[in-house]
Design a protein around this ligand. Structure first.
Ligand code: PMP
Length: 442
């Protein structure tokens, strides 16, 4: 495996490990499942990162989703700079919160959103939405799907995807909590079903539907690698509403990415609540949850479900989110361009793997894509179990071969990559050339 020397990054990582657990502030960043050491990033512009050693990397992570316009986009940069002139935090309402909430409602009204509450991360968004669902329904249990990830709130670290598929915390292997520190009693309130298995969900709901406050799901999964929902599964999800259970779409990854109206708009999903993160903050820490007025009015101070935040609605963060969503709205052709790029990338990767005799199965939708290192037809991986069959060692070797050529792919088999508006023809050709080389080295 070729792991390149980056002495400054290595030194920073050594220092970080002294003062921070594992040297990172979020587990997958540590490169634990692919080997080598993380690159410390000094700067980001357009489709490129520059690491602390001065090496330029073509970025397919985009901060794990937010940077859909590319890094340091002029409109977002300017909006933050303007907001900065007025101070960084008020702990009181400001106009930008109203403007961003109006924008989010405008863009997602077709999915039933009338009111939205801002928080500071995707984790807070899902945690708060589920408290709301429990408060609204008066029920205790929630349902999630194996391999879906909804942030790190206690009750959601059960059979979770993302970093939990590859890190020590995820190796506990039991059906109960997928992290130490989550009491079994909390985990017992989370029932787990299989993604893309409508019969399993129907059976669970027939038995216990009256006890279930919410079914939370990723409308397109990114956190087990990309998994696309079947029409039958989407129909089963909608049926849970017949029992008074709230359907909660976790669009933290897919919101404003798979279309301007998110995955729900693209796939015709009508949830009761939607959670957002990532793009909604344009690269600053923002999450949100929203839904119809009747449900959202249960949130304090309108209603009895408490939820608060010292920095919620922060003016810099609101400015970045507003500039990002406005730019996406002003460039209606952008989503088509992202899709064209990512489809060409998928096709090129399939050809390159085949030419080298490496079995892979590529899943792609919009600007999200995963190359599963396993022998299955393209697009046929639709469940967590199928995804988990992948050869993570082959992936790690391919990842390192790509990185050695300056391509910064997601450092885990079980993640999506994200294409941005700053990725153009030159980037596509560079990537495919590197991929041909990387596959040939396996
Ligand atoms: N839900 C989904 C679908 C996610 O992908 C993520 C993060 N990758 C989260 C929730 C948690 O968001 P955050 O990391 O901002 O807390």
């Amino acid at each position: 495996m070729t792991v390149q020397a980056n002495p400054i990054s290595e030194q920073l990582f050594s220092r970080a490990k002294v003062v921070t657990p594992g040297g990172v502030n979020s587990p997958v960043r540590a490169f634990g499942s692919v080997g080598g050491h993380p690159h410390f990033i000094a700067q980001a512009n357009g489709a490129y990162l520059t690491n602390a050693d001065g090496k330029r990397l073509l970025d397919y992570i985009g901060s794990w989703g937010p940077m859909i316009l590319g890094h340091n986009h002029p409109r977002v940069h300017q909006a933050i700079a303007e907001a900065l002139q007025g101070g960084t935090s008020f702990g009181a309402p400001n106009e930008r919160e109203v403007l961003l909430a109006e924008k989010v409602v405008e863009l997602t009204r077709s999915s039933g959103v009338e009111r939205v509450r801002f928080v500071n991360s995707g984790t807070e968004a899902t945690m708060s939405a589920l408290r709301l669902a429990r408060g609204f329904t008066g029920r205790k249990y929630i349902v999630k799907f194996r391999g879906n990830y909804h942030g790190h709130a206690d009750g959601l670290l059960v059979e979770a995807g993302s970093g939990l598929m590859t890190t020590a915390a995820g190796q506990l292997g039991s059906a109960a909590p997928s992290s130490a520190g989550v009491p079994e009693e909390y985990a017992a309130l989370t029932l787990v079903s299989e993604y893309n298995d409508p019969a399993a969900l129907d059976t669970l709901m027939q038995g216990r539907g009256h006890e279930i406050a919410a079914v939370i799901f990723e409308p397109v999964v990114g956190n087990a690698g990309v998994l696309v929902p079947s029409a039958d599964f989407l129909a089963a999800l909608h049926r849970v509403k017949d029992q008074g259970t709230l359907l909660v779409a976790d669009e933290v990854m897919t919101g404003f990415r798979l279309s301007l109206q998110g995955a729900c708009g693209r796939l015709g999903i009508q949830p009761d609540l939607i959670c957002w993160g990532k793009i909604i903050g344009g690269g600053l820490p923002v999450g949100a949850y929203g839904g119809r007025a009747e449900v959202m009015d249960f949130v304090s101070p309108s209603g009895p479900v408490y939820q608060a935040g010292t920095l919620s609605g922060n003016p810099l963060a609101m400015a970045a989110g507003l500039a990002t969503l406005s730019e996406l709205q002003d460039q209606p052709e952008l989503y088509g361009r992202l899709e064209t790029y990512t489809t060409a990338l998928a096709d090129g990767l399939k050809d390159a793997a085949q030419a080298a005799g490496v079995p892979v199965s590529v899943n792609q939708i919009g600007s999200m894509l995963t190359v599963f290192f396993q022998d299955a037809p393209h697009g046929s991986v639709t469940t967590y179990q199928q995804a988990a069959h992948s050869d993570t060692q082959a992936f790690a070797r391919w990842f390192q071969a790509m990185l050695a050529q300056g391509i910064y792919w997601a450092p885990s088999q079980f993640e999506s990559i994200f294409v941005s508006a700053a990725h153009g023809d030159a980037e596509l050709q560079t990537t495919l050339q590197a991929a041909r080389q990387a596959f040939s080295e396996l």
